[in-house]
Design a protein around this ligand. Sequence first.
Ligand code: HDL
Ligand code: ZN
Length: 412
Amino acid sequence: MITREQLALVIAEKLNGVQVVDMHTHLFPADFTGLLLWGMDEILTYHYLIAEYFRYSQQPYQEFFQLPKAKQADLVWRTLFVERSPVSEAQRGVLTILSRLGLDVGARSLDAYREYFRSLALAQHVDNVFRLAGVQAAVMTNDPFDAQERELWQRGVQGDPRFKASLRIDPLVLSYPQAAKVLQAEGYAVDGTFSGNSAAEVRRFLRDWALYIDALYMGASLPANFSLSPDSLSTRVLQEAVLPTCRELGIPLALMLGVKRQVNRGLGLAGDSLGKAEIGVVEQLCAEYPENRFLVSMLSRENQHELAITARKYRNLMVFGCWWFLNNPSLVEEITALRLETLGLSFIPQHSDARVLEHLIYKWEHSRAVIGQVLVKKYAELLETGWPVTEEEIERDLIQLFQGNFQTFLAR
Ligand code: HDL
Ligand code: ZN
């Protein structure tokens, strides 16, 4: 049995040993030419850092975005790292990456860091990053509506077994008339009003893609004001095409709720914000579609308690991650504690949402540290009741949290 004094060390050790299955990222294998982002300039021009750069800069947005990426990175480095202490989560993340790669963070030399990345062979670097991050597999966000990615899949890519696929279908749900044009061009007999044989043809499109890429789940990010109004195209596409195809293929639907896209168009990817979404949408889907399984993450802190309680009501609902604006230590701590208190071990504590390869290092290092602290408190509370806790049981529980719950939910 472990003593209270040993707990922190044992949990840290077991956490560092557990391999995670990262169930939502924007990463790609090296052979998805042009889609895998990596290296110092991509790290520094991550849209989180660009939003933070413009907190201090009055530079016209377009002037910045028209600069070569290295020049954008120079500006971000000077503004957020040289002229001020990099205390934000995304800023600290850059330093965690450099430190874990064995670089001299104290040197503060962007030239030296760029030199290191120039020296790398990408295949070995991918291996090294996965090893340092303790990531066993990363689920991609595969978008059949993105012409560049569609072309890669149709040309045929080798892929990499560490990178799993998911089928991302936002346009189909949120802007069906435009999405229908892509399906028509791909030979699916759909029309722009989702009439006639369109539902069956959309199901054929979803089935073809999900099987072709071997999607673990279908995913969509829905706005904060999304509702299931009966006569809306979005609701009909979900009810008549997406949900039936998920049932037919036996895969979950992942819903990421609460985004407000492009509240500031000038910021590009950094221009999205958030809003409190309607938990009733989650309740309604879980209740009305008991044969479907739903992976759900919500973007607003204000949705977290009701999401956890809703998961207590529906076993076809699996809560996942501290998504995007929630992926900050103070909120990861609060949300993880809330979930352990209300859901026990029946949730997926985190995903990285990594956009740049090296994000895997910092996002998992920072998350493991915070989740570990919360777990120490929870296991200590067990010890205080006289319940013995063993190393084997802690390892069992961590494997369930960081890979088992996801894999079991997929396999049902
Ligand atoms: O819609 C999503 O999957 C979000 O994660 C967006 O990609 C967002 O821009 C992001 O990268 N968040 O971390
Ligand atoms: Zn994402």
